[in-house]
Design a protein around this ligand. Sequence first.
Ligand code: PLP
Length: 280
Amino acid sequence: MRVWIAGAGFGRGRVLDAEEARVPALDHGITVGDGVFETVKGVGGEPFALTRHLRRLARSAAGIGLPSPDLDLIADGVRQAMDANSDIQAARVRITVTDGPGPLGSTRSGGEPTYIVAVGEFGEIAPTADVAVVPWTRNENDVLSGLKTTSYAGNVVALDYARQRDCAEAIFANTAGNLCEGTGSNIFLVLDGRLVTPPLSAGPLAGITRELVLEWAGGDEADIPMAALADASEAFLTGTGRDVQPIRMVDGRALPAAPGPVTRKTMEVFTERGASDMDP
Ligand code: PLP
């Protein structure tokens, strides 16, 4: 794998073998998780919805007080990294921005940020997902809520919890007892025929797939009590790697349909609109 890296002794960016693209041991992205990231989908060698991803990267950076990332430089890095990995068909393009190397114990590095673009494969998207609700909550009032930071250990632990139960995704409730999101996905339910998803005030990431589904297929944002999961006639996850993925089971209980008619329609609209515009 070839990786594009800038800062951290690599100046305005170079493409290197992944083993050579080494980040200093005292990079604050490593020592304190002081960084932000994006995962972009590559389709036929082109990044999908890159403008929205870069905008969100900048919002996440501002949210944790990092200097504004150089988005033009990163966009160029994305293209260079994708060109250097053109053999990869369904590309997972990971953009990471950290505060860069700095003194141990300092809150901010005071130095040059590190930018990395790595390109790997997205696995096959399974036709449906089983999910497990984790028995702890996501704090929608946390300072990191809704930001895509490299402090993702809580999501890693939750995904482990789900995998131990043969589930593909974990679902969080928030402290108000309402539905929040998954570890790498947003969630939609069909309740009384109406497509609904938690509002951003409930603590989920402003998912780009979520945004596009709301724009293209409609649906409402509403606080959803966890108990409503049992009343859903359909549910699906959205995310860059999975697009729109029907949920088959929640905590071992099968939903009435996966995909049901609303999910199927949403999948069709997403595929059709997504294919006609690479940077919606
Ligand atoms: N929620 C979380 C916590 C995520 O990390 C992600 C993406 O990885 C999503 C939701 C879905 O967002 P997107 O559709 O932009 O991939």
